[in-house]
Design a protein around this ligand. Structure first.
Ligand SMILES: [Zn+2]
Ligand SMILES: [Zn+2]
Length: 253
């Protein structure tokens, strides 16, 4: 019950305050859960994460919601993406849209810890190839300078630490930003992204023979993750899987 704050006895000097010493020993200052405003040791309480990330049947390949477990959606049957799995916490909508916006654009890096923990907890049930290297979907140098941090790396390194896996932000690189993708068809989007991702030749050897997990905040159409996965496979990765916080339910094709 991570969210409950129990009133201390009134004769204690620390009455009317959360138990800071206890929270500190447990790994953090008490704070208000971003969603339910209960006291918690992290920015999202365990109760909210359990309630808001129910496991639903999804396409094993791209995580689109489906009627039954262990199936593939029509798109993935017709044309499988370069990644073998997509694991997600939920559909892109409440509360993931607000959380991701805060995390990405309002410097709420404190949300990375609980989100990464929830994502790591989702993985054992996903029946994925055992990944040994965790990489973030990279930002271009210009975008990174503008934003100050890559939210995908903030997630990736924490998920990797939880699972005791290696993580690396410099193997996969983004060469340039692409033109706005909204309104483009599937083919055009893929063409736009074809040369956007690149593996640093000095670090390519660490991909050889390895199952790689690619981490991002949202999977929308799969075009970005697909282009990044292709670059990793060409450089020698055995398989690529994608771990994201949220999946857009119906990609605009
Ligand atoms: Zn909560
Ligand atoms: Zn699919």
């Amino acid at each position: 019950m991570g969210g409950q704050y129990i009133e201390p006895m009134q004769d204690e000097p620390s009455a009317r305050q959360p138990d800071f010493a206890h929270a500190w020993r447990r790994g953090g200052w008490p704070r208000l859960c971003e969603l339910c405003r209960a006291w918690s040791t992290q920015s999202l309480c365990l109760d909210c994460l359990a309630r808001l990330a129910p496991e639903l049947p999804r396409c094993v390949r791209c995580a689109l919601p489906l009627g039954g477990a262990g199936l593939r959606c029509g798109d993935c049957l017709r044309e499988p993406p370069p990644f073998v799995r997509c694991v997600t916490l939920g559909d892109y909508g409440f509360p993931w849209d607000d959380l991701i916006t805060a995390f990405k654009f309002r410097d709420r890096v404190d949300l990375a810890g609980p989100l990464a923990q929830a994502l790591a907890a989702r993985l054992p049930a996903a029946d994925s190839p055992p990944a040994s290297l965790v990489l973030p979907v990279p930002l271009s140098a210009a975008r990174l300078a503008e934003r100050g941090h890559n939210q995908a790396w903030e997630l990736a390194r924490r998920v990797a630490a939880t699972l005791r896996l290696q993580a690396d932000p410099r193997t996969l690189l983004r060469l340039r930003d692409t033109a706005h993708q909204v309104g483009l068809g599937r083919e055009q989007r893929a063409a736009n992204l074809r040369h956007a991702y690149w593996v640093d030749p000095a670090r390519a050897s660490r991909l050889h023979g390895r199952h790689v997990a690619l981490v991002d905040d949202v999977l929308t159409t799969g075009a970005t993750a697909g282009a990044a996965a292709q670059a990793l496979l060409q450089a020698g990765a055995v398989s690529v899987q994608v771990w994201v916080l949220a999946r857009t339910p119906r990609p605009q094709d």
